[in-house]
Design a binder for this molecule. Sequence first.
Ligand code: E4P
Length: 220
Amino acid sequence: MELYLDTADIAEVKRLARIFPLHGVTTNPSIVAKGGQPVWEVLPQLREALGGDGILFAQVMGRNAEQMVLEATQFTERNSGLVVKIPVTQEGLAAIKQLKALGIPTLGTAVYSAAQGLLAALAGADYVAPYVNRIDAQGGDGIKTVQELQSLLEMHAPHAKVLAASFKTPRQALDCLLVGCEAITLPLDVAQQFLASPAVDAAVDKFEQDWQGAFGCLSL
Ligand code: E4P
């Protein structure tokens, strides 16, 4: 499977790339805007923070296919190992088809239904990103959407992967993986929660105390 961080925080990517088995970093316009730096400056820094490896995802801002294709071309000319995020609107679908013909890898984003995600994959998207928490927040079922999309892609567009996004809890992310989704992207707080348990620290502290009590030191 592929694990991504959903952030443009360079320092945190650098810190967590040492710890997590990361495949890369996803961004969106809101995430980049929060950091305050132009995307052209952020992407090389994210690449460096990943140790020169990994896949980066950056999103176009154009609202028509022509502009989306132009921006996607600019992204990939300036950055290697980059997948271009295209919102799955009518214009977005047209852009995904054109980018497929140009050999530019894409992710269909802003996906709120399995049918919408399937269309993106059939148009040629390499990844499709359903927004799990946002679907839940509007009264839908994010995990069920991921499950349906995963099955549809396996049957009808096996070249494409579900890259589930928009998480507020580790449980949501695990449930996506349990229904067969092959890639997830985690915001920093949810990534940290994967390891944050007071019981883990307490267990390690107790091992130390017992060892220290028996041998008077903490080395082997
Ligand atoms: C991914 O493609 C999305 O940009 C992102 O995960 C959305 O997350 P949010 O719903 O927490 O903003």
